[in-house]
Ligand binder design. Sequence first.
Ligand code: B12
Length: 526
Amino acid sequence: MKLLLISLQSNAYVTGLKYVAANARSYGHDVKILFLPGYLESTLNPAIAEFISNFNPDLIGISLMSIEYYPAKNLTRLLKEKFDVPIIWGGVHAIIKPGECIRYADYVCIGEGEHAVVSLLNHLSTKGKGTSPEIPGVWVNYNGHIIRPLIAQPETNLDSLPFQEYLPDYFYGFHNNRLYNFAEHQRLFRQYALYGGTCHMMITTRGCPFHCSYCGNSAFMNVFGRKVRERSVRNVIDEIKEVIKNPFILYINFQDDCFFTHNKEWMEEFCRLYKKHINLPFIARAIPTMLDKKRLSMLVDAGLCWIVMGIQSGSDRVNFEVYNRKIRFPAVKKAADLISETHAAPFYEMIVDNPYETEEEKIETINSIATLKKPYIASLAHLTFFPGTPLAEKAVKDNIVTPDAYLFRYLLNIDETYLNKLLAITPCTPRFIVKYLNKHEAQRKPLHIFLLNVLHFAVKRFIEPVVFLFITMRSLDYRINWIVRTVLGNWKSTLARLVSKYLGKSDLEFDQRLTLAKKNMPELFK
Ligand code: B12
């Protein structure tokens, strides 16, 4: 059977879809992945229509996160106008909001797609599209009648799934009104991939030990349960051995919500085999309370170069009561101290623009962050109320946001407030200056405002990039060849990002495109 899998994401790292594709291929199906970044047009581009006609798929799958809901709805309408092919939706939004999705798709996959899609393809090949399948986790829209079978059990043996490739030769991308095979046009792929395609993004676990109120994981656990499932070290290393055959991969970027979910034995084996067979720098994520000295130093020794750690707020009340993150600031500080004892580059994530955080707590957050050992990078994200999460449900109930607020506010587009600016420069500003500026009354004093604006300009334009470069070089043990390769691999995408940000043409524009579509295609938004 022929399966066409479509991604509407704006960047070409489509991990979940690649898993679904690889598994269907292992069952002998003919699969193509089509990357249509943010496609939200009122007609189907002829190049896309021709590609689909030529391939002639038996099933089309569309993958969507919540921000791709309207693009997915639109594309489904366009496809249905032209082709008589059943369409299945899958991905995080399908898992969170199946009732919304099943109105437009023929099938909706509420869970992992690997087995569901293969079962559906088998059904279509044996019984045809005229009969309704009974597949756990696959909702069916049978002539307007919705069938909701039980949820499927998630795969417990993750090693049984085929690897996710870095750049499959059946991966196609839409660019400037044409379709390209990404494997044959790797430069184009790298243009759409994050970090200029220098990373292989992979995942060694599924699930998260935490269930923070703003995160998708708090909604997924209703489907997947609370248990974190892990792959074996051998399986992880074998995937990496395969992908690093592509010479453009300089880093392995582990996307696990917390890499420290693995126990000491797993880590020991991983570090030993990683050093022996892979020996590339890697990036991993950590939850402060899960990090410990022993495993951290093992990982750094094996090549851990960047460590991404969520702090979110410096206020214990906000973390405990609002975010359901039971982590006190002293634990964050301890974890940051451990990281600063190594040469790994610390990248701390903070959430701002939280209507449930008081001004005192914002000031407390800045004071707390100022105590962390420098140098480090802090990344600020706007609190986005993603559907299905407990915090979004509360905020909608409290009339603080509308249910679709997440569509019109890009995560990195934060409010330009006095305290946000101060938090942003805190990592690169001496503590006494932060203390001087971090006061209630300071926010209204022209001198303080002026000083902050000057500092903000200087830090963001000059100091932070230098700190970034320094900690990157340090994390790579000042190995010149690696630093040069990193710069060469990233300069184009970084420059392109800066220019497009400057011109207002990056991902930030997503909300504007949606607003335009709302004007041009009002029926789509009914
Ligand atoms: C890795 C990751 C990324 C990577 C790769 C994304 C990807 N598509 O693989 C990158 C860095 C690109 C990324 C980007 C973003 N991400 Co992200 N990301 C994750 C993360 C940490 C893990 C995802 C993952 O690899 N899971 C493992 C795979 C196997 O699972 P999966 O992707 O869900 O896919 C399975 C099923 O969903 C299903 N499936 C998927 N597609 C399809 C299609 C069909 C047809 C079928 C049948 C089934 C199916 O089968 C797959 C295999 O089992 C999750 C958190 C999480 N734990 O899920 C957040 C998460 C998915 N991201 C999130 C967000 C918000 C974003 C951004 C929008 C953030 C931003 N910067 O603005 C951007 C998207 C930008 C864009 N439009 O391109 C949110 C989504 C919330 C929501 N309701 O939509 C999550 C849940 C995190 C959170 N804070 O809640 N992300």
